[in-house]
Design a binder for this molecule. Structure first.
Ligand SMILES: C[S@@+](CC[C@H](N)C(=O)[O-])C[C@H]1O[C@@H](n2cnc3c(N)ncnc32)[C@H](O)[C@@H]1O
Length: 396
């Protein structure tokens, strides 16, 4: 039974809300009878267990737990998923974002870190987050997970009749913005762009395009990918890949680590992101960005191989390093099978869902890869989410 708003070991009164699944049910806490020593006042008063469940703001479902216990719980989920689905026994601590990269976020409270946040709009124009597990808009007096400059300008007391949503965006370069989403489609070329800085490097992207949410996330993942790639296995001339590449963040991480001669192709399905990636990666003559779904890209490579690709081409993939950073659902069986056929030397897998990662690790282990190392980062404090970066190498 998954009991929302409780902590393992507590005694609570809970209401069962979902009995549709064979293997688990869901419930929500109504009252805490014996609290855990790790319970604290919720960081977001409107999400507190003292409110009726349907009036609790969603998006901060761990906010009632001390932050170090939150990390332990996430580490347990990762360990359990890797054991059950990946077939690997591995203890991976979940690390807080390095304070030097967290730039003002509170590591003790897990607040002040979100550079992106969506407020939803109710029928009467009021804005707020959705209540947990529903589409009811909950009015709030603050947005504590947002970076301070967004928290200051969040129009939580205003009304936006007719709008679909209100997006808050705080890029690392320039001013924070409030964007009223109306649902009208803007011509591609007219979409506003923003700039993000990671170390000394700048990335351009659409204002509503994908970028890592935590203020320190892009730098944390850049560093993790750079440290996890095994330099002895890295060949700058191989057909290196950055799959699900967005605007080129992780291809640039590889480029910055291994120098200007690096060959790497960033593969991304969103055409606008790829256009930006092309420009963001201009420092490397051997870097390119292509707009295509990863499964299609790998299918085409497989078809070429079937048509008698040159041995030299096949070797360029076998010598390659592949970074992949798929959406929450993970890469999945088809992509993993195709990747395993190309047999690159090493994979660095960036995952925002430990269960999808564990499933894909299991599939890769059945196809000649071993899991060498996993690092996990608390890029979403006060939520159940955790980011993990794994290195797998081909067993020769
Ligand atoms: C988690 S983001 C990672 C982006 C980038 N690596 C970064 O860190 O900024 C996943 C990206 O994959 C893209 N994407 C989703 N499904 C895809 C697919 N089937 N093929 C290619 N790209 C896809 C999304 O548009 C998004 O940019």
């Amino acid at each position: 039974m998954f009991v929302a708003d409780a902590i393992p070991g507590e005694r609570v009164v809970a209401r069962v809300t979902d009995v549709q699944h064979d293997r688990y049910w869901r419930a929500e806490t109504l009252e805490v009878l014996r609290a855990s020593a790790d319970r604290r006042p919720h960081v977001w008063p409107e999400a507190s267990v003292e409110r009726a469940p349907e009036q609790r703001a969603g998006g901060a479902e761990f906010g009632h737990i001390r932050v170090d216990r939150q990390r332990d719980l996430k580490a347990e989920v990762l360990r359990d998923a890797l054991a059950r689905m990946g077939g690997v026994e591995l203890d991976t601590p979940v690390r807080p974002v390095d304070p030097a990269l967290a730039l003002g976020a509170s590591l003790d409270l897990g607040t002040g870190y979100r550079t992106r946040m969506r407020l939803h709009v109710a029928g009467d124009g009021t804005v707020g987050p959705y209540a947990a597990r529903s589409h009811t808009v909950v009015p709030v007096a603050s947005v504590p997970l947002a970076v301070p400059e967004l928290a200051r300008i969040a129009p939580i007391a205003e009304r936006f009749p007719g709008a679909r949503a209100v997006d808050l965006v705080a890029p690392s370069v320039g001013d924070p913005e409030v964007v009223v989403v109306t649902g009208e489609r803007m011509p591609r070329a007219a979409r506003p762009t923003i700039e993000e800085r990671v170390g000394d490097r700048r990335f351009r992207l659409d204002r509503d395009g994908f970028w890592q949410v935590h203020r320190g996330a892009a730098a944390t993942l850049t560093r993790a990918v750079q440290e996890l790639v095994d330099a002895d296995l890295f060949d700058p001339r191989a057909a290196n890949l950055d799959l699900y590449g967005g605007v080129g963040l992780l291809a640039a991480a590889i480029g910055d680590r291994f120098g200007e001669t690096v060959r790497i192709t960033s593969v991304e399905s969103d055409a606008r992101a790829t256009e930006h990636a092309g420009a963001n990666l201009a420092d490397w003559v051997g870097a390119r960005a292509v707009t295509v779904r990863v499964d299609r890209f790998l299918d085409d490579l497989a078809a070429e191989a079937g048509n008698g690709a040159l041995a030299a081409d096949r070797a360029r993939f076998r010598d390659a390093t592949v970074v992949l950073d798929p959406p929450r659902s993970g890469a999945g069986r088809h992509v993993i099978e195709r990747l395993a056929e190309l047999a690159p030397r090493q994979l660095v897998y960036v995952a925002c869902d430990p269960v999808a990662l564990a499933r894909d690790v299991g599939l890769l282990r059945e196809r000649g890869y071993e899991l060498v190392e996993v690092r996990a980062f608390d890029l979403f404090p006060n939520t159940h989410h955790v980011e993990a970066v794994a290195r797998l190498t081909a067993i020769v």
